[in-house]
Every structure is written in C-alpha cells, then in structure tokens.
Ligand binder design. Structure first.
Ligand code: FAD
Length: 506
C-alpha cells in the first residue's frame, strides 16, 4: 500500500462547494500538493445558498478572512437567527436564535424555570430571554463583546447572509492567490482505470485530459463523478421531507434591515426571505405532489417586499443523501453529496464539515478502505441529525388547513426524532447527542415556538420559592432588554463597519 500522501487533487465544479474546498485545501496543504479546479461558465452554478449558520466564522478564521472585507465584498448582512412564521399555526411566529436562552450558572437548564412560570401565566415569550432573539426582534445588531464578562453582550452569536455569486468570486480570488489552478471548460468524460475503477482523469470538451490522484466532486446535483461515473447510490428521504421544488427570485429591499432569515410557511411548503445590502433574496420551497408550479409561483410573487429584480427561476431537488459520500478515490462535497432543504441553512455548513473531515482523513495513495468507511459513517450520522431537526418543523404543527400539512402532521417519523419529541413533551428534557449540530437551545426554541408545551418540568424548578423564580426571570428579561436598547440597528452597524462599495482605507 502506497503511504505517500496524494499530491494531485482535482476539484470538479466551481460553485460554493468547489471554491470553499479549493480555498481551504490550498491553505492547509500549501505548495506540496497541486490543486486544480475545473468549472464551466456555460453550465454555471445553482446561484442560491445565501444564508449561513455561525460555524462559518470558524471557516473564515481558518482562512484568515477579514470579516468586514468579506461582508463588504459579498453585499452581506448579519444573521442572529431564523424567524418562523405560520409554522405551528397560521398567525404564529417565533425566532430560532443561534445563542443561549436564559443565563448560565444554574445547575438546571433555564427553560425549566421558564416552564414553571409560563404555566402560571407569569412568563414572557421565550424569545425575551435570549439576546439572539430579543435583538433581531428590535432590528438591532452588534458583534459579541467577549471582554464584557458577565454581560449578555458576550452571548451574541452571528452568521451571515451573502450574495452566492459574489461569495464564489471572493473565495475564488482567495484560492487563486494560494496557487489553485482554475481550468474553464466542460467535463465530457470521466476515465476510470482498470481493474479497480479508480478515477484516473477528466476529459474536457476540447480534448484536454486532467489527471489526478484524488478527485473531489463538487459538480452539484449532477454528481458527475460520484454518481454518473461511480454509481454510489442515493437514499431518498422525500417521504419525510416532501418538498421537491423551489422557485427563487430577488426583489428590491424594503423595510428595516433585520438580522434574520425569515421562513414563512404556506399551504404546501414555505418561503424564504434573505435580506442583503443591495437586494432581498426570496424563494418558495414547495412540494409538487401537493401544489402546481403556477400556484406556487403566484404565492411567491404575491409575497415579495418590493419589485422583482429578475424572472423567477425554477429548481428541482430530491431530499436525501448519497449512499457513499467517499467512493474509491473520489469524495462528494456540496450538492453532489445530498440535499437537505435550506430551512435551517445547513448546506454550506455541510460543505465546511466535509472539508474538515477530508483534512482529518486525508488519504495516502493507498486509499485505506477503513478510512473510507469511517468517513462515510460520520457523514451519514451528521446528515441524519440534521434531517431529524428539519422533519421536526413539519411534524410538530397544529396546521390542518391543507392536504400538505395534514400529511406532515400524520406522517411516521424516524424513531430517533420520535424519542426526542416524546421526552420533551413529557418532562421538558432535551439532550444533545454526540456531535449533533443543533444544540438543546435549538431544539427548545423550535419545539416551544411550534407549540409543544411539556406536560411537566424538572422537579428542581419546583423546589425554589415562586417569588424567587419569578424575580430571576424578570431580571434576565430586563438585563437583556437594556442591552438590546443600547445596541445599534443593523443598518447603522453596517454603515459604520462594512458597507458594500465603501473603501476602508479612506
Ligand atoms: P453548484 O453551485 O451547482 O456548482 C456546481 C459546479 O459544477 C458549477 O461550477 C458547474 O459549472 C460545475 N459543473 C457541473 N457540471 C460540469 C461539467 N460537466 N463540466 C464542468 N463543470 C461542471 N445552502 C445554505 O447553506 N443556505 C441556504 O440558504 C441555501 N439555500 C438554498 C436554496 C435552494 C433552493 C437550493 C436548491 C439550495 C440551497 N442551499 C443553501 C444549498 C446551496 O445552494 C449549495 O449547498 C451550495 O450552493 C453549493 O452548491 P455546489 O457548489 O455543490 O453546486
């Protein structure tokens, strides 16, 4: 078995997945490896994928990206959470914020005290007790202040919205500066060697041959290496997540610049709203089994903040995952590896974790099957955890106003998810499993936000005098309200730090 690390890496595709992978690997590997990225301007990228979660900060830091420069270059805005409208029932709304709910320091999770007071009608909405939900409700934003010990200002956790096309361009210039070679053109054929079927080379439309030791398939849903060539298989999850279409359209900005992605549930799916500096991104994710395209388009166009800036684009997808993410000498990253709808903005995060895992399992020329099996196992577990959290939104609803919602609320769900819902419904207990992406705070906010009120709370919460618990909650709420009051609006924050088109040198 060859123990030399692979030296020639070929990345097929230059969307968000391709350029994130190229930028990160070039930084990690330096000049010891040759990285070539192949993309076709004629085919283009999917052009959506504009909302993120906070883990992207780690990616930016690892690459040495200056945050203000990045926001400026991508017409970016900040995001403290996702607002869900009409999910539990029509007319209801809640925010799933990224940060902590309540205060640290108590042996018991804060929400048990909140449940006790809520049952007595003496608590405000849960979102009053977290900086990441109270601030966006008021349109306020600032970055966390780690130096303010003991203040909730420490607790703010942010992610970004950005223009997907500008993000790919930003990463491309970063990667090319690090020595990544870009080849423009269409891949016509993928050559496999005998007898093991490893990929040997990509053959371009102009006849050029691009050889490599290790291939990363970032070709999008086509999966031209991982599926069309290596036939890795696909596990379909659409019985749990029945949306299979999206319509995307940008529109003019209107109203205050809220640091939130908004997800509004409709009769057979939901609509995203992503505010950027220069426009608002919108899309309607829906199930073609329950709604026709014309009706879905009409709903989207009737629910824009301002004038549409382009014709609506229609996209199709199948929710699920590749059966093997790593097959022979090829790993799928991005949409070639699977699809989970953007309800919790997790796809770009999955690209990031795939890159970390590639670094962790970086192969030698022998491509050890034990490594490959473990990589696939870990990726699968990660996908399943996220899948369950997405299904939760559909399952836990009191909506019965359409066939779609009746299907969702009655559908059988994975046992892993049913266990979590049952445990929380009975006693308010939530446990994060292994390296699951979504924390107890996320599960709590979505379950409470969609109307799951536990039948009981932890007995410890009952042991304190009621007046003491009440005062505790009031104090947390008031301190947070005072902090939010002192924060700038997001528009003012961006104007001061990272307005697109401004020159920071001046
Ligand atoms: P693509 O962008 O499709 O790129 C594929 C690349 O492969 C392109 O460069 C293309 O030219 C190249 N290529 C393909 N075939 C060939 C060929 N034969 N020869 C040469 N080159 C080729 N994710 C989030 O994290 N947040 C979101 O808010 C979000 N919203 C989404 C909304 C929708 C409706 C959809 C469908 C996805 C969303 N995603 C979101 C997912 C996100 O868009 C993707 O994860 C991300 O853009 C990565 O895409 P990609 O690079 O894998 O594929």
């Amino acid at each position: 078995m060859a123990l030399e690390p692979v030296r020639r890496i070929v990345i097929a595709g230059g969307g968000t997945a391709g350029w994130m992978t190229a930028a990160a690997l070039s930084k990690l590997l330096g000049p010891a490896c040759r990285i070539e990225l192949v993309e076709s301007e004629d085919i283009g990228t999917i052009g959506v994928g504009e909302a993120t979660i906070p883990h992207i900060n780690e990616f930016n830091q690892a690459l040495g990206i200056d945050e203000d420069a990045f926001v400026r270059a991508t017409q970016g805005t900040f995001k403290l959470g996702i607002e869900f409208v009409n999910w539990g029932a029509v007319g209801e709304r809640f925010i799933h914020g990224f940060g902590r709910v309540g205060q640290p320091g108590d042996a018991l999770p804060f929400h048990h005290f909140w449940l006790r007071m809520a049952a007595l009608g003496k608590a405000s909405k849960l979102e009053a007790y977290s900086m990441n939900t109270a601030a966006p409700r008021a349109g306020k934003f600032m970055r966390a202040r780690p130096e303010m010990a003991g203040s909730p200002m420490q607790d703010l956790v942010h992610a970004f919205h950005f223009d997907a096309g500008l993000y790919a361009r930003f990463l491309r210039s970063h990667a090319e500066n690090m020595g990544v070679v870009r080849t423009e053109g269409k891949i016509e054929q993928v050559l496999q060697r005998e007898p093991d079927g490893f990929i040997e080379a990509l053959v371009m439309q102009n006849g050029a041959r691009i050889e490599g030791d290790f291939f990363i398939d970032c070709s999008g849903m086509r999966g031209i290496l991982i599926e069309q060539t290596l036939k890795s298989g696909y596990e379909d999850w659409s019985h749990w997540l029945p949306c299979d279409r999206a319509i995307a359209v940008p529109c003019e900005s209107a109203g205050p610049l809220l640091p939130l992605t908004r997800s509004t549930a409709h009769a057979a799916g939901w609509q995203w709203r992503i505010p950027l500096q220069h426009r608002t991104g919108n899309g309607h994710v829906y199930s073609s089994g329950f709604m026709e395209q014309d009706q879905a388009t009409g709903i989207l166009m009737d629910n824009l903040d301002g004038a549409a800036l382009a014709e609506p684009r229609h996209l199709r997808f199948q929710t699920g995952r590749r059966k093997r993410f790593w097959n022979r000498n090829c790993i799928a990253v991005g949409l070639s590896s699977g699809f989970l709808e953007p309800l919790e903005s997790t796809s770009i995060h999955l690209i990031q974790t795939a890159i970390s895992r590639i670094a962790s399992f970086f192969p030698h020329g022998g491509f050890d099957p034990v490594d490959i099996a473990e990589y696939n196992r870990q990726t699968n577990v990660e996908y399943e955890f996220i899948r369950d959290f997405l299904i939760l939104h559909y399952k836990v609803t009191r909506r019965d106003d359409s066939e779609f919602w009746r299907y969702c609320s009655n559908m059988a769900i994975p046992d892993s998810l049913q266990r979590k819902i049952d445990l929380f419904s009975s006693s308010g207990r939530i446990y994060r499993e292994q390296d699951e992406l979504f924390t107890e705070m996320s599960w709590l906010q979505v379950m409470i936000g969609q109307g799951v009120m536990p039948r009981a709370y932890h007995p410890f919460a009952q042991l304190r005098p009621e007046a003491e618990v009440h005062a505790y909650l009031n104090n947390v709420e008031q301190v947070i309200a005072r902090c939010v009051h002192a924060m700038p609006t997001q528009a003012d924050f961006i104007a001061a730090h990272c307005k697109a088109g401004t020159n920071p040198e001046r």
